[in-house]
Design a protein around this ligand. Structure first.
Ligand SMILES: [Zn+2]
Length: 509
């Protein structure tokens, strides 16, 4: 590789490899470095931790074929970055409108901090902005006046088509927000609260796809999910609560579907666009939703897809779509809002899918349940909890030899408040793989407690890992904080903790 200089690097020659970009993003976008397409890593001398730098170089080497570190000094780096900064359409427009500048500033900051949600709380006298990053909501800058808050809300809504912020009720807005080399999708919802208004804006990156093996499942779980996705048809459900990564998982599965198939996605809104998928957006509310849904059902029959990807089974209409396609032997990938695999059964029954149908192996191929849990920053995580009682309780639960680590609320330069990312804890019911028929028998009879016991202890793979057992593996390895984890998935029972170790062995085969 010839001697490289940062000053010679044109913005278009930056490395666009997805894995490298995801690595840089996983570091919170704070690394003072630029990676070129030929593997040259320009980094500001002494600003990146050795360990992170080694990981980055290894990642670049694996993806690009070679990696070379070129150290630069801070002024050169800043000059280059300022000169290479892409100017977005919104940014150009903002020069004309003062209010838009605030919107641009807020969402650009949110994207750079990897926020999934932006909250604007307008109260009687003041307004507050906060971001949710890696599952934690934290204030963004100082509070400002109520008037300024309302002005900000109005300018956010002004970016949508035919949308207007309603101070006195409920309103929605969707718009594209270009930033850097990407276009983000912002979905806002506003509602009147007793002191003012509550505004929530979800920030979606339509190009963000996490491969199944990198999401945090065990290798055994990845294998089972891949196998149920290869079943000839039937319903595959990703279940979880809000912010449990359901739609990211669904997008990952959709990306992996064979390109030789006809795939139709129906969602509200469509979050990620893929070349091999037909995306149809169906609004959830409105005057003629029923009519529209009927039309889409007819169109589905005629378009005859091999796979239907349904954003969420959330009401009788979407449940009927899933049922119809499932009965025809199509593969249906969807999500459902429940706290466990077993809880998806009564939820689907409540939405009108009869138990006997769910109890058919060809109809219900598998259920995944998951939560997203914050990852303890490897740089600043604490070996001891500041509260002795909690520390003692955790050690009694997870064993004194466990490498337990806690989130350090003070954080460090490499993380956001002690959290360096999020990972999944999950359980998988690979029902299609259960040839004994036992699991489906229990589902048809709605014997859910027995179903859970059967899946845990016997099941198709000689027992599946429960979500709590999966979480306890990650706690024992120091990857996730036990206190935060319990807050998200609930307390650990003795069974979950005992099951942990032997299941690891089973999943290796
Ligand atoms: Zn840290």
């Amino acid at each position: 590789m010839a001697q490289r200089r940062l000053a010679d690097l044109l913005p278009g020659q930056q490395c666009t490899d997805r894995v490298v970009r995801d690595f840089l993003r996983s570091q919170g976008g704070r690394l003072e470095c630029v990676v070129a397409r030929d593997g040259a890593v320009f980094a500001v001398r002494g600003t990146i931790r050795r360990r992170v730098l080694r990981q980055l170089l290894r990642c670049v080497e694996e993806q690009v074929g070679s990696a070379e570190l070129v150290e630069v000094n801070p002024p050169d780096f800043r000059r280059w970055r300022e000169g290479a900064r892409p100017r977005s359409a919104v940014e150009l427009a903002a020069a004309k409108k003062e209010a838009n500048k605030t919107v641009e500033y807020v969402f650009a900051a949110a994207i750079e901090r990897q926020a999934s949600d932006v909250y604007l709380d307008i109260r009687r006298k003041e307004a507050f902005l906060s971001f949710r990053t890696f599952g934690f909501r934290r204030p963004f800058e100082e509070s400002f006046s109520r008037e300024a808050g309302l002005e900000l809300a109005r300018s956010i809504w002004a970016l949508g088509q035919n949308a207007q912020f309603q101070e006195g009720g409920v309103c929605d807005v969707v718009f594209e927000f270009p930033h850097g080399d990407r276009s983000y999708r912002i979905r806002g919802n506003g509602v009147k609260e007793i002191r003012g208004n509550s505004v929530v804006c979800r920030v979606l990156d339509p190009e963000f796809i996490v491969p199944l093996r990198d999401a945090g499942y065990t290798p055994g779980q990845v294998n089972q999910i891949e196998r149920i996705c290869r079943s000839p048809g039937g319903l595959i459900l990703i279940s979880g609560e809000t912010n449990s990564g359901k739609s990211t998982t669904l997008a990952g599965l959709m990306a992996d579907l064979p390109q030789t198939q006809k795939i139709i996605e129906i969602a509200d809104p469509v979050e990620r666009i893929m070349d091999h998928v037909t995306h149809i957006e169906v609004p959830r509310y409105g005057d003629n939703v029923d009519e529209l849904t009927k039309e889409i059902m007819q169109c589905l029959v005629r378009q005859n897809p091999d796979t239907l990807v349904l954003g969420e089974v959330r009401d009788r209409v979407t449940a009927e779509m899933a049922r119809e396609m499932g009965v025809e032997g199509k593969r249906v990938l969807s999500t459902v809002h429940t706290q466990s695999c077993a809880a998806a059964i009564p939820r689907l029954m409540h939405l009108g899918i009869p138990g006997w149908q769910l109890g058919t192996r060809q109809f219900l191929a598998g259920i995944v349940n998951q939560n997203l849990v914050p990852v303890v920053c490897p740089g600043c995580g604490l070996r001891k909890h500041s509260d002795q009682d909690i520390d003692g309780r955790v050690r009694r639960k997870f064993g004194s030899d466990a490498q337990v680590r806690f989130v350090n609320p003070k954080g460090c330069a490499d993380c956001s408040g002690g959290v360096s990312g999020q990972t999944l804890v999950a359980e998988v019911y690979p029902l299609w793989l259960d040839r004994s028929g036992k699991a489906h028998e229990l589902i048809a009879a709605a014997k859910l407690a027995e179903l859970e016991r059967y899946m845990r202890e016997e099941g198709p793979a000689g027992g599946t890992l429960t979500k709590h057992a999966h979480a306890s593996q990650k706690i024992r390895a120091g990857e996730i904080d036990p206190v935060h984890t319990e807050r998200i998935i609930g307390e650990f029972g003795a069974e979950d903790l005992a099951a942990g170790d032997n299941k690891i062995v089973q999943f290796r085969r």
